[in-house]
Design a protein around this ligand. Sequence first.
Ligand code: ADP
Ligand code: MG
Length: 700
Amino acid sequence: MTCILDTDIKFLPGVGPRRSELLGKELGIKTFRDMLYTFPFRYVDRSRFYAVRDIDSTSSYIQVRGRITSISKAGTGRSLRLVAKLHDGTGAIDLVFFKGIKWIEDKLKVGEEYIVFGKPSVFNQTYNFVHPEVDPASSVNSIRTGTMTGIYSSTETLHNSGISNKVLEKMMAQLLEKCRGCIEETLPPHILVQKKLMPLEEALCNAHFPTSPQALSQAQRRLKFEELFYLELSLLKQKHIRMRAESAVIFKRIGENFNKTYSNLPFPLTGAQKRVLKEIRSDVASGMQMNRLLQGDVGSGKTMVAILAAMMAVDNGYQACIMAPTEVLANQHYKGIFKVIAGTDVKVALLTGSTKAKEREEIHKGLLDGTINIIFGTHALIEEDVRFRNLALAVIDEQHRFGVEQRSRLWSKAEIAPHILVMTATPIPRTLAMTLYGDLDVSVLDELPPGRKPVETVHWTETQRGTLYNFMRKQIGMGRQVFVVYPLIKESEKMDYKNLEEGYMAITEAFPAPKYVTAVVHGQQKNENKAFDMNLFASGKADILVATSVIEVGVDVPNASVMVIESAERFGLSQLHQLRGRVGRGAEKSYCILMTGYKLSKESKQRLDLMCATNDGFELAEADMRMRGPGDFEGTRQSGLAFDLKISDLAKDSPILEEARQLGQAVLNEDPDLSEEKNRLLAKTMSLMKFEVKDFSNIS
Ligand code: ADP
Ligand code: MG
């Protein structure tokens, strides 16, 4: 039986072939269902207008009605902008446009009355609207009687083809009329009742044409819940299947190597480290493959957890590998382990791109015959010719640096899928992590080793460079070391290296040898030079390390107490936080100095202010996600979101996500195959809803 919702959108009166093509191309709307599930991203109370006089810094999205009194252009090139002045009798406000200037210019007429919708911002001590929605006052009238109007996302092409918000609204009204009575409920009664959810048809009507603000919020809750519930249900179902299907290596005992290493530790483990080790221990003894994400803020001590987990493998006669995204880091891990394996017979090795052919051969041999117990390394570990005797634990550090495919290549190196521990410093809320990474279990190191002092963060502009250099001199005079980091967004960006080179010259001029020693590390250097300079700094012989963001991941130099980040506005929040985490590891008070030019976008300013205000990685990650959306989130950028959400926002809707996951889990606990009568609808809907959830079971 075909459903009316599957009807091609071109058959909706008023659409036709030309418009349907546009809708498909611009908004991805092909069927009635697609259109029904294209929701407004915002609603305006069209009955209320704000007086310009009353606008203050707390005003969020508001509507203003007034006449345009002048239109002018300012700036040149990329800073070219169009400014229209709008008077409403109580005051004037500027409407500012940076993009689509030609289009806006054609649209706006001096002397006409307009209704402007947007969020006021402050610039040059006055309020203005940047890229507001503007409609001639005459065109905005009541298509319907409700006071809330949905605003749909649009594109310039759609606008130019006459498909305005008003036209979309009309189409939507037609569509709802046509579908009335034919929209089948997708959630079974027991869930609707338990969660107090609005029926689907009512929810769809209210999402497009709210009868009241209350009805709208209930409608949105219902639709979000449904979406996230089915998403979680599919993820959980996959997990069930995997748990039943796979067998795994069992680490039966804790042995001598673990115990000896443990007693060699130069510090007591934090409570969080102990707890996570217990979680790992119980996973690897369970008979099921461990698939665990370890989140811990920078400096929380993830490496030691990894090393102790590796010891569990060794004590049971298996091999472990610890993979890092850069040679610098792999090197550091490798060196670090010698401090704690004294007195054990554990054999470790390091394999990276710069391992010499002869040594490489030996390592290959040692891995194959099992004489090497723990191997550290970079991507070199996943090369075709690397074979293990019995790899049973793979630790992947700073997970987001590895592509999905690269990770899956590790799996193929063992007969039985090895236990996986993925470590990341990018903190994201627990349920969200499980949603993004599939059915990983999540451990959190939520405690820093004792004695860490919060890093003092300041934002300075170019005019304060003299102050910066004085501050650096003072710190170096006290025996401290300083990082100076330049952005490197893409390896190919020549500009970045130019910045770095110029920066390096400026630094060596201001901090001349032999009084000061400056090391430099960047991606285009030969590996041996990189290692040499890195070593110079790590061993305390260099006072300053000038680097691109290659040092971002995990370098540990406790004596470094100052982190200077150049062009800080070019980094994302989590990157800045990672970089800042390089200092504040020793006993000394540490500083992070964010350098930028004087002019900054509002968003950059917000980011930098937030960095100065908090040291809490979780808070920053959540803010980052609010500002950029989870699709752009550090950890997911490579793979993108594995599914397409129509109404929910993983960052903002985490309480609903949480609830949806819990219910999904409860339903599956009771009825794993969804075969009970009351759950039939769930099974059916799930098979229809095509969340393109990738199979995560063998990737992370
Ligand atoms: P990250 O979680 O960022 O990878 P590391 O594992 O590099 O952090 O640890 C940061 C520093 O803290 C290292 O110098 C490490 O030796 C030290 N460290 C780890 N655990 C503890 C602990 N329990 N007490 C004190 N220092 C610790
Ligand atoms: Mg680390």
